[in-house]
Design a protein around this ligand. Structure first.
Ligand SMILES: Nc1ncnc2c1ncn2[C@@H]1O[C@H](COP(=O)(O)OP(=O)(O)OP(=O)(O)O)[C@@H](O)[C@H]1O
Length: 467
């Protein structure tokens, strides 16, 4: 488990980041200054140091020299971007501007940690990503902070490096293909191809020759010999999606591949050895299909050595907003609408929806809304969801931030600070020792917006407080 040291003098920010990172599975220590960090810990023994730039005593950038073997992520307010650039020159690996939201911080952390280990493999196959450091964790490939997805990630991390055949189960659109990708990218086969085949999409008459290849003249139309997809995956992984749709003859051939590690092209008498890691997926109950004779029992047991169940989106309530924001960002950038936001009503609609089409449905809803949106605010009507089910009260949380985009509905973080709570605490705790300009700078907002928020939250500026 990666160890992270946080150095931040603001108690509230420090504790919010600590909770966020602990929740994401990191081992976290914290200190209020560089001196305290050195007194209580050995900063160079950590995998990552996250430090505020401006601290009482030595500046956060001092840690770059004092812990030369540990990457340092510097936090700074927008107002100090210049210093951030300077800290980069001094050797900080990254800086993050306050306010940042959960996703930004977690992405920055996992990217830095992923950069540390082994060098990437240079023998990358076209069409298949190699094991670049960014791909060394499932969380970099698929989004998921909630408990059930963290369990999926743990399983993927454990099983990926092995040669074990994996059966991924889950409803349509839950992310089975992404999970297969993660299994491949985290395996020693990552630099070799990952071939994905949707068994339901290939006509029954063609599936055998597609998968196993054929010799010239094997059937009418086989004018030349052809390599099958299994052979093409030699050395790599084969992802067989919708395995439940595989016809009986192809099931028999596939069983042979699994048992003997060899294939025989259609129309050939010769077998050839292949080394392919099999990953299969289905949304159907394969075990029940073995009872009705639709699926071979021996093949089922061969495939089902290790099973990974991807939970439906309705069981990942706390991830919905994170996924929605991720898709919104991606779509917005693609369509030249970078300032898109979800209205509070749209957020509630997303939270209440049952998502029968799972993550794919969410992705499509955001894409559709992005296209149709004429201004910067996405409303429920643009999402076009049937809102069913009761409304749930889910608190908004944040690490540090000042705008609507820093909201999240992570139920697991219900104990964290709400956006307004954070603001209120921060202002009340610091207004006696900081000027309005400093407060606004630390919060990363303008003085005007600080004033507006004070009015709205009923914490007017004290007459005595300076500028
Ligand atoms: N955890 C996730 N994070 C980000 N994107 C996701 C996640 N899960 C799914 N997606 C996206 O949702 C879409 C559907 O995912 P995917 O194709 O992996 O689902 P599937 O379970 O294989 O679906 P099907 O059973 O219909 O083949 C894809 O565009 C995928 O990128």
């Amino acid at each position: 488990m990666p160890r992270i040291l946080i150095v931040e003098d603001e108690d509230i920010i420090r504790s919010a980041i600590r909770k966020l990172l602990q929740h994401a599975g990191y081992e976290v220590s914290d200190a209020g200054s560089v001196e305290e960090a050195e007194q209580n810990y050995e900063p160079d023994q950590y995998d990552l140091i996250i430090s505020d730039l401006r601290l009482p005593g030595a500046a956060g950038t001092e840690l770059i020299n004092r812990a030369p073997n540990t990457p340092v992520l510097i936090m700074t307010s927008y107002a100090s971007l210049r210093s951030a650039v300077d800290s980069m020159k001094m050797g900080a690996v990254e800086y993050i501007a306050k306010p940042f939201d959960h996703d930004e911080m977690l992405a920055a952390v996992s990217n830095i940690l992923a950069r540390k280990p082994t060098a990437p493999d240079s023998s990358e196959e076209p069409g298949a990503s190699s094991s670049t450091p960014e791909n060394s964790d499932p969380a970099n490939i698929m989004f998921g902070h909630c408990e059930p997805m963290q369990r999926v990630f743990t399983l993927i991390r454990k099983v990926a490096p092995t040669e074990t055949t994996v059966l991924i189960q889950g409803e349509s659109g839950t992310g089975k293909e992404l999970a297969a990708r993660a299994l491949h990218l985290l395996s020693p086969r990552a630099s070799k191809p990952l071939i994905s085949v949707n068994c339901a999409a290939i006509p029954e008459s063609l599936i055998e020759s597609e998968l196993f290849g054929h010799e010239k003249g094997a059937f009418t139309g086989a004018v030349s010999a052809r390599t099958g997809l299994i052979e093409a995956a030699d050395g790599g992984s084969l992802f067989l999606d919708e395995i439940g749709e595989l016809p009986a003859e192809a099931q028999a051939r596939l069983l042979r591949v699994l048992q003997e590690s060899e294939i025989r092209r259609v129309g050939s008498t010769q077998s050839r050895k292949v080394s392919v890691r099999m990953i299969a997926a289905t949304h159907r109950n394969l075990k029940a299909m073995t009872r009705t004779g639709e699926f071979r029992e021996d093949l089922y047991y061969r495939l089902n050595v290790m099973q990974i169940r991807i939970p439906p989106l309705r069981e990942r309530q706390s991830d919905i907003m994170g996924l929605a924001r991720r898709f919104l960002k991606r779509q917005g950038e693609k369509m030249g609408k970078p300032n898109l936001n979800l209205s509070p009503e749209a957020m509630r609609a997303l939270e209440r929806h049952r998502w029968p089409g799972n993550v794919r449905e969410l992705e499509n809803a955001i894409e559709r809304a992005t296209i149709l949106c004429d201004n910067d605010v996405i409303t429920p009507s643009l999402l076009d969801l049937d809102s069913e089910g009761g409304e749930e009260h889910i608190p908004e949380t944040l690490v540090a931030g000042n705008n609507e985009q820093t909201r999240t509905n992570d139920v697991d973080s219900a104990n964290d600070l709400s956006l307004e709570d954070y603001f209120q605490h921060f202002v009340l705790e610091n207004q006696d020792r900081m000027s309005e300009t400093e407060l606004a700078q630390k919060l990363g907002i303008s003085r005007k917006s600080l004033w507006e928020r004070r009015q709205r939250l009923g914490i007017p500026r004290k007459k005595s407080s300076g500028n």
